[in-house]
Ligand binder design. Structure first.
Ligand SMILES: [Zn+2]
Ligand SMILES: [Zn+2]
Length: 340
């Protein structure tokens, strides 16, 4: 079967590898129908993803149709449409023992630390497989994972009905988090430097959008919250300055969600946090979020079809990567379809 392999930075090949076979009772084999290309795939391609090792079959956003199951599998059956959680954890470290396997001490993500889902067939444990309850468009099955990032952000920030939320950055993660927050009953303001991205965010449900290159964000927040200040800030821009700004913008007793993986220090002081008694939380990957996303896809509150900018056949992966490289502003999510 075919797979997309990054041999070394900037060297991508479509290779032939053996099709997986059932080995354990809880194994499930999925014929992949679609995969979403993520910023971290781009980072593996161009050598800027510090977590990756080479050569690597990339892809951590993928889904498809079950073709084979081990003897002990009860949750899914052949023919089910499913999304695959790429997070592999040990099950017994402290984080795993309290149900937060997404930050397991020996965490591995398929497509980053081990081979991933940009291939015709994938084998995974039953616990990583999440099924759709209705028939769903094949090309969108790979977009559950990016929305799970949005669920994790909402859970970490404890976003509830009536909350006012500022999301800095209107890329795919910002938009996914926004749609989940709207599903949770929050009101959401989003920022960006690109007008078209804000128009997209608005059309997908954002209550307010702020073009930060032209508008004063603090004034807009004051109007949005009746002068109260913003209780929840989600930083999807992920640079030291945006982290500092998030802490500064959050109102007393506010919550700030951090997603960046950069190793650069920020100029935040203890007093910035203590005076307002802020809750600052990290959010990484996702924890028990797949079924909630699938429910959102099925009830129409989450709209992956609008997140998808374009679909390419997997054989044209270089065209897809080039489009993302040359027109990053115009791309939200590129999907690879695995079909002949
Ligand atoms: Zn991703
Ligand atoms: Zn663990």
């Amino acid at each position: 079967m075919k797979a997309i392999k990054v041999i070394e930075p900037f060297k991508v090949e479509i290779v032939d590898i053996p099709k997986p076979e059932i080995e354990k009772g809880d194994d499930v084999i999925v014929r992949i129908t679609s995969g979403g290309i993520c910023g971290s795939d781009i980072g593996i391609w161009n050598g800027t993803n510090s977590l990756a090792t080479y050569p690597r079959i990339i892809g951590h956003e993928f889904g498809g149709i079950v073709t084979e199951v081990g003897n002990d599998v009860t949750k899914v059956k052949v023919g089910d449409k499913v999304a695959v959680d790429p997070v592999v954890s040990c099950g017994h470290c402290y984080a795993c023992s309290i149900g937060r396997h997404n930050v397991c001490t020996t965490l591995e993500v398929m497509g980053v630390h081990r081979d991933g889902g940009f291939t015709e067939y994938v084998i995974a444990d039953e616990k990583n497989i999440h099924k759709f309850n209705v028939d769903f468009e094949d090309s969108l099955l790979g977009l559950v994972e990016p929305y799970t990032i949005g669920v994790e952000i909402n859970n970490r920030a404890q976003i509830h009905k009536g909350d006012k939320v500022l999301i800095m950055g209107s890329g795919p993660i910002g938009i996914a988090a926004m749609q989940v927050a709207k599903r949770n009953g929050a009101e959401v303001m989003m920022t960006d430097l690109v007008k078209e991205r804000l128009e997209k965010a608005k059309s997908m449900g954002a209550d307010e959008t702020v073009l930060v290159s032209e508008e004063n964000l603090e004034d807009r927040i004051a109007a949005f919250t009746d002068g109260e200040g913003i209780p929840v800030v989600i930083d999807t821009v992920c640079v030291p300055a945006s982290f500092e700004q998030s802490v500064q913008l959050a109102c007393p007793a506010g919550r700030v969600v951090v997603l960046g993986l950069k190793n650069q220090p920020s100029g935040i002081t203890m007093a910035d946090i203590t005076k307002k008694e802020l809750t600052i939380v990290g959010s990484r990957l996702s924890c028990n979020a797949f079924d909630e996303v699938i429910a959102g896809f099925e009830d129409g509150s989450l709209t992956p079809q609008e997140l998808m900018t374009k679909a390419f056949n997997y054989k044209d992966v270089m065209d897809a990567l080039t489009m993302i490289k040359e027109h990053p502003q115009d791309v939200l999510k590129i999907v690879l379809k695995f079909e002949d």
